[in-house]
Design a protein around this ligand. Structure first.
Ligand SMILES: Cc1cc2nc3c(=O)[nH]c(=O)nc-3n(C[C@H](O)[C@H](O)[C@H](O)COP(=O)(O)OP(=O)(O)OC[C@H]3O[C@@H](n4cnc5c(N)ncnc54)[C@H](O)[C@@H]3O)c2cc1C
Length: 381
C-alpha cells in the first residue's frame, strides 16, 4: 500500500478560497448545514454549482466538464462538505458515475450524459445492493437477458438505493451470464428510472427521513447501447469505481456541521480542558485522514486504481466520524433534541441517529478491513 505525502500547489490552494467565496455567495445566511453527502437534495444548488464548473469537475472539457484533476475535485468537495452544502442531488453522478462514463462509456453515452451531469442537471442512483447481496456483491441476482426484440430485459430488486425516487437514471449491476466464478458474468446497465416496469418504493430511515428506496425492475427493456462498458466485466468496473466512492472527503467530513457548531459554542465561553483536548485530538485525526485521502486522489490522477488504499481511508474516516459524534456527546453533556433551535444540539441529535450508517454505506468496516488486508498482503516490502 502506498500513500505518498502530498503538497498542494498554489493553484490548488487558490481553488479552496474560490470555493469558499462561492459558498458564501450561494448559501443563504444562517444556512443549516446537512451531514456530508446526506445533505439536502437541491437541484437548483446543483445547477448553480454546475454553472460554476464544479459538478463532474474531472469530466473532460470536450464533454462539458472542467477537465480538473481528482485532487482539484477533492478540494472543492471538501469545502462543500465542510459547509454541509445541499449536494445530495448530484453526488453519485459527480463522484463515481461521471468517472465511470469517461472510462467505460461509449461515445454516444458520453455525449448523452456527461454534459448534463456537468451542468448539474442529470442525477444518477447506484443500483448495486440487493436484499441478499450487500457486502457479498457478487451474489446479485438481478438478471439481464437477451430480448427477442433486441436489447435486454432486466428483472430483479435493488435495495437501499439513495434518491432513486428523485434521480433520472440508475446504474444497475446485474447478471448477464452464469459462470462458475461469480465475479464473471456481471454487467452494468444504465436504466432510465421512468421506464415502464421500474417501481420505486420509499424506505424510511431511522430518524423518519427518506433518502433511500427499494427499486423493483419488472421486465424492464433496455437497448444494447444502455450497457455501460463491457458485457460480463461489471465486477472489474464496479471495483474500480469503488476507489472513487470510498476515499473521498465525504468519508470523514459528515459531521463537520456539529463539530464546527460545537467549536463556536465553546469559543463563546472559556473552553474546559477536556473540551480543548477533545477538539485537539479530533483535529489531529481529521488532518491525518485527509492527508491519506489526498494521497489516494493524487494516485488516481497518476493513473493508479488504489482500491485497497481507498478501503483503508474509508474505514479510518468513517470510524473517526463516529468517534467525533461520541466525543461531542460526551464532552457537551447535552440532552439530544432534534427539534432544538440551537444548531449544535439539533445537528448532534441528527448525527447520533444517522451515524451508525456511516460505517455501512459504501462497504462495511469488516469488509473494508478485509480488502485493505488483502492489499497489504500484495505490497512488496
Ligand atoms: C445510508 C445508506 C445508503 C446506501 N445507499 C446505497 C445506494 O445508493 N446504492 C446501493 O447499491 N447500496 C446502498 N447502500 C447499501 C450498502 O452498500 C450496504 O448496506 C452495505 O454494502 C452492506 O450490505 P448489507 O446491508 O446487505 O449488509 P450485509 O452484507 O448483510 O452485512 C451484515 C453484517 O455482516 C458483516 N459481514 C458481511 N460479510 C462479511 C465478511 N465476509 N466478513 C466479515 N463480516 C462480514 C458486515 O460487515 C455487516 O456487519 C446504502 C446503505 C446505507 C446505510
Amino acid at each position: 500500500m502506498i500513500f505518498r505525502p502530498i503538497e498542494l500547489s498554489e493553484r490548488e490552494r487558490r481553488l479552496r478560497s474560490e470555493a469558499r467565496d462561492f459558498l458564501q455567495a450561494n448559501l443563504p445566511p444562517g444556512y443549516r448545514p446537512g451531514l456530508g453527502f446526506a445533505a439536502a437534495h437541491d437541484p437548483s444548488f446543483s445547477r448553480a454549482l454546475g454553472a460554476r464548473g464544479w459538478v463532474g469537475m474531472t469530466i473532460p472539457c470536450s464533454y462539458g466538464g472542467s477537465g480538473a484533476t481528482a485532487v482539484e475535485r477533492y478540494i472543492v468537495a471538501e469545502e462543500l462538505l465542510a459547509a454541509g452544502a445541499p449536494i445530495g442531488a448530484h453526488w453519485a453522478a459527480d463522484r463515481q458515475i461521471a468517472p465511470a462514463l469517461v472510462k467505460y462509456g461509449t461515445e454516444s453515452q458520453r455525449s448523452a450524459y456527461l454534459p448534463r451531469i456537468a451542468a448539474g442537471e442529470c442525477f444518477f442512483s447506484l443500483g448495486m445492493s440487493e436484499p441478499d447481496a450487500g457486502s457479498d456483491l457478487a451474489a446479485v441476482r438481478t438478471s439481464a437477458r437477451r430480448s427477442g426484440r433486441g436489447g435486454w430485459v432486466i428483472n430483479g430488486t435493488k435495495i437501499w438505493t439513495t434518491h432513486a425516487d428523485r434521480s433520472h437514471y440508475i446504474v444497475v449491476l446485474c447478471r448477464t451470464s452464469v459462470n462458475e466464478d461469480r465475479h464473471h458474468g456481471l454487467s452494468q446497465v444504465i436504466v432510465d428510472l421512468t421506464s415502464p416496469g421500474v417501481f420505486v418504493k420509499p424506505i424510511e430511515f431511522l430518524d423518519g427521513s427518506h433518502h433511500f428506496n427499494e427499486v423493483v425492475l419488472d421486465d424492464v427493456h433496455v437497448a444494447d447501447d444502455d450497457i455501460l462498458g463491457v458485457v460480463g466485466a461489471g465486477w472489474a468496473q464496479v471495483t474500480s469505481e469503488l476507489a472513487h466512492e470510498r476515499s473521498g472527503p465525504d468519508r470523514f467530513l459528515s459531521v463537520m456541521g456539529p463539530l464546527t457548531a460545537f467549536v463556536r459554542r465553546i469559543a463563546q465561553q472559556t473552553p474546559e480542558g477536556n473540551e480543548r483536548a477533545a477538539i485537539g485530538r479530533i483535529t489531529a485525526s481529521l488532518w491525518a485522514v485527509r492527508q491519506l485521502g489526498l494521497a489516494v486522489a493524487r494516485a488516481i490522477d497518476e493513473g493508479a486504481t488504489p482500491a485497497a488504499e481507498a478501503a483503508l481511508v474509508k474505514d479510518l474516516g468513517t470510524t473517526l466520524e463516529q468517534e467525533i459524534i461520541e466525543t461531542l456527546r460526551r464532552v457537551s453533556e447535552i440532552e439530544l433534541d432534534p427539534t432544538s433551535s440551537d444548531p449544535f444540539e439539533s445537528l448532534l441529535a441528527e448525527a447520533v441517529a444517522t451515524g451508525p450508517s456511516f460505517t455501512i454505506r459504501g462497504g462495511t468496516t469488516e469488509v473494508l478491513r478485509s480488502v485493505a488486508a488483502k492489499g497489504l498482503g500484495a505490497t512488496q516490502w
